[in-house]
Design a protein around this ligand. Sequence first.
Ligand code: OAD
Ligand code: ZN
Length: 405
Amino acid sequence: MTEIEHKLNELNINSEENLNNEIKKNVFPQINKNETENNKNVLNDSDSKKENSNDIKDNKNVNDKLKNETTITPNNNTNEKKEHKKGRERKHSKHHSKKISRLEKKKLYSHLNIIKDSSLESFVEYILQNNIKNVIVMTGAGISTSAGIPDFRTPKSGLYDNLQQYNLPYPEAIFDIDYFRENPKPFLTLAKSLYPGRFRPTPSHYFIKLLADKGLLLRLYTQNIDTLERISGIPEDLLIEAHGSFNTAHCIGQGKTGKGNKGCNKVYTKEFVRDIIFNDEIPYCLECGGLIKPDIVFFGEDLPIKFFENLENDFKKCDLLIVIGTSLNVQPFCSIIDLVSPKVPRCLINLMEVGVLKNPHHGFDFTGEYQKFRRDAFFKGTCDDGCIKMAKLLGYEDDLKILVN
Ligand code: OAD
Ligand code: ZN
């Protein structure tokens, strides 16, 4: 079994079906009523769930491994039994083995430090000194806030704190497929305010476009539905819209014709749908009268096939990972950062630190305390500031300016 297959196995996302089951378990809080009620704590829910589901078995291995790797025992192998017999005596011996933390180990052994420290400067130094060719970028709503589109979970300004007007049973219902079939109005009203056409890409989008122009971008995995990646000119084959987008829409049935109609799947353009929802009307299929829904992945729906088709190979090939503007709250995004090899440097650019699970194999480790290799960097600030700074450090400042202007 290859390393990546092993990781996919661990995450239980070795098949589309498993991935979607995993997503349903972890992402769609409404499936479990208790979770819905604890909704404000989604991150904690998701984290604790992840710890539990990834797995009791797995955690046991992880703990065993951690114990082994943090203990220096000279002649460890040959003297193992002897050492064990000595028992208490060993405790009082002057020469007893000393526990050493992963952090201390990194101070002793330079090969454990893939990057010098967790700064953006060290991350870029690594890029400049190594022959980086296959960069994966993962993005979330934070890269579009400077374009005027709110994110989801930032208290007060985030979308989920501003849905009172829609009278939803719980905030995520706005993206719930079952709720939409019964009551499409709230989503369509929201869609009107988010619809592509009014917003321009941000410097962060253009930074990713620049990576594509330089031939460095292996793939952009975005959770965003605003299509600003496409507008910035990032080629479609390098783009995976993991939660779909407004770019197309299709007939999902029901609608005027009642629950029996499963829909005819007829595809509609975003322009067709826009004209209808901008008139505050509900779009119905011209063929069968079913509801037309923009191709955004709702809770309870499968991710696009393109996501599954590329995930394994991409993360196998990846030699650098940049994660920008996401709370890493939604599966599988919060897990796929673990699919790159343990020595592949990763950088988070975000207003706040996210994705730290204090685990030897899962999540970020910016302090170097938890994982074998130091390879994670964190830029705390806006996505645009982080991307502009990275461009500058890479010597791409002028190229970025040209793209942005
Ligand atoms: P969230 O709202 O969960 O997280 C956005 C993250 O970006 C937060 O950590 C913010 O602190 C940070 N942030 C906001 N503005 C920023 C800025 N200007 N610079 C830097 N950081 C900034 O959004 P996502 O992680 O994208 O699903 O949410 C993931 C998914 O949850 C979405 O795709 C959506 C939602 O349910 C669907 O649309 C189906
Ligand atoms: Zn139809």
